[in-house]
Structures are given as structure tokens and as C-alpha cells.
Ligand binder design. Structure first.
Ligand code: FES
Length: 573
């Protein structure tokens, strides 16, 4: 019997190992399952897989054993059998060259283990930046009923009476250290207080934005995105998610019924209203691609015009994720955005988004942190896409995190040809640079050897930092941490390593950035750009093997979410 026929069965009878004898395969499987000590009653239950991602290399998931207990409690109480299974885990700061390179690998692991193992629904336990997008991508491709449980954010620490949260304050203090404002002893003291509890970064960085995206898409329980990792509500929400996973079994609430063009637009609205991470746009494009849906940067710009920024959180504002939860969390934001949302979107709960938002709000809103739509922080969204001769297929800028004086700017390019070149020269006292110049980093995009790291937040040259310069226009094909801030243009597409015009920029060229016009232009004749690009033909890397080979040959550009070409849903698959 084929695996396809087995997948209509339930529990341990699902997806049998192929020995050419179905009854033998089931007998053998049940025999081995019994070796784990399960009773007949348990072995007869429907199975909820729990995609479980603790790792000694992932501080953000250090509380997952306790969270798993809560998920299992919910599954057992609802009559299912919870079986956790590991996949790779991506701890943001422990991976080289960058975690993004391994997001697609994790998504394949998630998809294939959901498909290959006998489970009737799945709980996805993730949190750190790339883990939630990887799990959602894998779950959409596998299309088994699934519910996302996130780690939840860290609590803040304290330093000299000041609250500290990873990782916006990491960067703020590091900039002060580079500028000579604080000494080595103080930066060491700060280091010990930036990340003090379990959970994901304490601000509206990529992890928190993606937690909100999961809830906005309808793939996670209402009110779940912002609960701090160490709060008892986090455990109650995990238990409820376990219960829900049993209720999902056999239902039509599969990821592809939930991740639709409309729910993707709702998630885009949420990213804009949160002034969320630029990385979230890239991840959402990849998730949409798994459902065969486009994510248009032009559409992002249209939505940005009519979506107000409502949330006062770092890195753009003043507050932390623990404050956001106490202020009503994402549900408070969604209620404010209600007239702009597609309310008939289905969620994992079985209720539509509109039905959820029509029910009483669990936690009252605090307008100091979640502004009412009549008193927004800004009338338009936090992110916009730019197009022009320097970025024909688009680039992103988080305008809410930029110095407003730099949003319309023309300046001289100071070019770094690679991350190594940047490290070598950025602090050279002889570097010819002033505060009006535009720092340009090339060859840090998805197919570059660095794999599109979060290096787009180029440091202010030390000699300028010491003069008090806090922000400059910076342009690259790299990404930026969701916890960072500044006038930073990212994801320039096509990237330099793929022959994009970014590769043609030379020190001394003029570049014009106009956020008002959504434009980014290299002020060099087209013929000269072409001549420069032809003079430096692309060289295909040689000697790659294993995952490096797979990645280099199949990763797509940022506008397609940097997914692998063979993983996106297409009409012929
Ligand atoms: Fe894991 Fe920031 S390091 S979310």
C-alpha cells in the first residue's frame, strides 16, 4: 500500500513503513511503540506530533522542557497522544555565517518529519528568529493541521537603574562604547544584564514580529504572541494549544486553508502597524511562496500608505515586549486595525478573525503602548519598499527607525566590496568619509559567501561616532536585525553577487534616496553601469559540496523570500 493511502489512516496506522506487507508493518510499529511503555488505550489515540526545538545552542528556547509539558498536558486532556520529535534548532547568535542560511534547511526538516512520521496534527514549538518562519514554511508545505506555539519574549534586565532588553540596548550600548562614551568595565557589566531570562529578544525584533505574524495569519492562538516566556500565561496558552491540536485532527483547518492571500495581507498590515522587523517581510514572502502565493513589494507600499503605526516598542519606540503584553498585545492592535483587515479569514481556532475580534478583549488596551487608530504614532506604516536604478526588484527601509532628516538624501557613496573589506577599513582614520556620505556594502546578499547576514546596520565609522554622528544612510544587499535602527536600506535586489547594479557602485558615485518617492537611484548613466557590470563578469563558485552546494545553487533573491526554488509551490507541483 502506498504512503498516500496510509495517510488517510489515523494514529500509528498512518504512513506505514514500507515492508510490502501493511499488516506486518503496523504490527511491528505497535510492537516498538509498546517498548516505550504506552498502554493500549494510549496507542489507540490520535497522535499529535510536537515539533520540538530545544538546543544547547539556543538560549531563547531554554524553557522548552517546561513548555513541552504544558503542550502535552493539553493534548492528553483532550484525548490525544503527544509525541515530540526533534528538528534542527536555530539559535540566532550561535550560527555561522548567519542563521538565515539554515532557515530553509530547518523548513525541509520540519516538512519531511511531519510527512514521514505518523501524526494526525502537529504543534510547532519555535521562537528564535528563524525557527518560526522555518516551521510555518514546512507546515504549509506539509499541509497537516498545525498550531504554532512560540517561546515568548525575555523579561528586561537592569543596569544602573535603566531597563535593558536584547537586543536594541545591546546595539545602543555598543555604539556608546565605540564612541568612547563608556569604558570596557561598563560594557562588560551591560553584557551581563542584556539577556537574563529564557525567551526571545525583548523588543519588537524579528522573533516578536514573527510571533505576531503567526497569530495574525491565524496559525497561533489569539493572545499568544506576546506572552513573556516566563509568565504562567505562556504555559496556559501552550496547554490550550495542545488541546486545540487534538481538535484540529480531521478538520479542514489545514495551513493552506489558513495561509491565504487575505491572511497574508492581514500579516503585512500587522508588520506595518508594529513597525516590525524588515526580516519579517522576507519570511512572509517565503511562507506565502509555499502556498503558491505572491508577496508583492508594490502591494506592501500600497498597504503602508493606509496602515498607521500603533505600537510604541523598541527599537522604534520606548517600551519592551513585556509592556506590550500587559497593554493588550497583538489583539489590541488587531482591534484597532479591524476596518483594514480581511475579517473572514479562518484561524486555527475554527473561528474567523472577525469572530475573534468581536469577542471581549482579554486584556484591556493601554493607549500609551498600543495607540488608538485615531491617535497613531504615525499615519503610515513603518516599512516601505524602494525601487530604482540601484534596486530594480526592490529594497526595504524601516522608515520609522530612521533619522527623518535622512529620508530624502543625496550623497557620495563610500563603498565596501565585502564584509571583510568593511571590517578592514571602516575604522581607518584615513577613510575619506563624512556624515553626509552614504555607506554602501556589496556582496552580502543571499548568494554571497556570507549568506545575507544581518550586517546591513553598518557601524558608523569610529572617527565620526566620536564626533557624535549617530546615523548615516547605509545601503546593502544584506539584512538588518529587527532590533536595530537607523536609516538603513536593506535587501537590495538583485544583489551584487548576482550581478545587480549594486555591484557597479564605485566610491565617489552619487546616490539619491527618496523615501517619499519610494526611490533609490545610482546617479550614473545606464551605459556606464552596464559597462562596469560587464567588466566584472560573475564567477560561479567551485568546489562546493553538501548543503553549501544546495544553498548556492537554489537560493532565491530577497523579493522571493530567499527560499529555495524547488520548495516554492508552483502550478506543476
Ligand atoms: Fe533568539 Fe533574539 S537571539 S530571538
Amino acid at each position: 500500500m502506498s504512503g498516500g493511502d496510509d495517510n488517510r489512516a489515523a494514529g500509528f496506522a498512518r504512513g506505514l513503513t514500507n515492508y510490502g506487507d501493511r499488516d506486518f508493518a503496523l504490527y511491528l510499529r505497535r510492537s516498538f511503540a509498546r517498548s516505550m511503555g504506552y498502554s493500549d488505550e494510549m496507542l489507540g489515540r490520535p497522535i499529535v506530533g510536537v515539533c520540538y526545538t530545544p538546543s544547547g545552542f539556543n538560549n531563547c528556547h531554554r524553557h522548552f522542557p517546561e513548555l513541552l509539558d504544558a503542550v502535552k498536558r493539553g493534548v492528553l486532556a483532550a484525548g490525544g497522544l503527544p509525541l515530540e520529535f526533534p528538528t534542527i534548532s536555530l539559535g540566532e547568535v550561535f550560527l555561522s555565517p548567519t542563521s538565515l542560511k539554515f532557515r530553509n534547511l530547518m523548513s525541509m526538516d520540519v516538512e519531511e518529519m511531519i510527512r514521514a512520521q505518523p501524526m494526525d496534527s502537529v504543534v510547532l514549538m519555535g521562537g528564535c528568529d528563524k525557527t518560526v518562519p522555518a516551521q510555518l514554511m514546512g507546515a504549509v508545505s506539509a499541509d497537516l493541521p498545525a498550531v504554532q506555539v512560540v517561546a515568548g519574549p525575555m523579561m528586561t534586565g537592569r543596569h544602573r537603574g535603566e531597563r535593558l532588553g536584547a537586543c536594541t540596548d545591546c546595539r545602543r550600548f555598543w555604539a556608546r562604547y565605540r564612541g568612547g562614551e563608556i569604558d570596557a568595565a561598563e560594557i562588560a557589566a551591560v553584557e551581563g544584564n542584556l539577556a537574563t531570562t529564557a525567551g526571545t529578544c525583548a523588543v519588537m525584533g524579528t522573533a516578536s514580529t514573527m510571533a505576531c505574524v503567526a497569530e495574525a495569519l491565524g496559525m497561533a492562538l489569539p493572545d499568544s504572541a506576546a506572552i513573556p516566556a516566563v509568565h504562567a500565561d505562556r504555559l496556559r496558552s501552550a496547554e490550550a494549544s495542545g488541546r486545540l491540536a487534538v481538535g484540529l485532527i480531521g478538520s479542514e483547518r489545514t495551513p493552506r486553508r489558513i495561509v491565504t492571500a487575505q491572511s497574508i495581507e492581514n500579516a503585512m498590515r500587522v508588520i506595518l502597524a508594529l513597525s516590525g522587523s524588515t526580516n519579517a517581510v522576507l519570511h512572509l514572502a517565503a511562507i506565502a511562496g509555499r502556498a503558491g502565493l505572491p508577496l508583492s513589494l508594490e502591494r506592501l507600499n500600497a498597504l503602508s500608505e493606509t496602515t498607521p503605526v500603533l505600537v510604541d516598542l523598541k527599537p522604534v519606540g520606548d517600551n519592551y515586549m513585556e509592556d506590550f503584553y500587559a497593554a493588550g498585545g497583538l489583539q489590541a492592535v488587531l482591534r484597532e486595525l479591524r476596518p483594514l483587515l480581511h475579517l473572514d479569514c479562518l484561524t486555527v481556532t475554527g473561528r474567523t478573525l472577525g469572530e475573534i475580534l468581536a469577542s471581549p478583549q482579554a486584556i484591556p488596551s493601554d493607549p500609551r503602548i498600543v495607540h488608538p487608530v485615531v491617535d497613531p504614532i504615525s499615519a503610515t506604516g513603518g516599512l516601505v519598499a524602494l525601487f530604482g536604478s540601484l534596486a530594480p526588484s526592490g529594497a526595504l527601509v524601516k522608515r520609522a527607525a530612521a533619522d527623518p532628516r535622512l529620508l530624502e538624501h543625496e550623497g557620495k557613496a563610500v563603498v565596501f566590496s565585502s564584509l571583510e573589506d568593511l571590517a578592514r577599513r571602516i575604522d581607518d582614520p584615513d577613510l575619506d568619509v563624512d556624515a553626509n556620505d552614504i555607506l554602501v556594502l556589496q556582496n552580502a546578499g543571499p548568494t554571497s559567501p556570507s549568506g545575507m547576514p544581518e550586517a546591513g546596520y553598518l557601524p558608523i565609522p569610529k572617527k565620526l561616532a566620536r564626533q557624535g554622528v549617530k546615523d548615516m544612510v547605509r545601503i546593502s544587499d544584506a539584512r538588518m536585525s529587527g532590533t536595530a535602527f537607523g536609516t538603513v536600506v536593506l535587501h537590495v535586489t538583485p544583489e551584487a553577487a548576482a550581478g545587480g547594479p549594486l555591484a557597479a557602485v564605485r566610491t565617489g558615485d552619487r546616490i539619491r534616496l527618496s523615501v517619499a518617492n519610494r526611490s533609490l537611484d545610482l546617479l550614473v548613466e545606464d551605459a556606464e553601469i552596464t559597462r562596469r557590470l560587464e567588466a566584472a563578469p560573475l564567477s560561479a563558485p567551485t568546489g562546493l559540496r553538501g548543503y553549501d552546494w544546495l544553498y548556492r545553487n537554489h537560493v532565491l533573491q530577497a523579493d522571493l523570500g530567499c527560499d529555495f526554488d524547488f520548495l516554492r509551490e508552483t502550478p506543476d507541483r
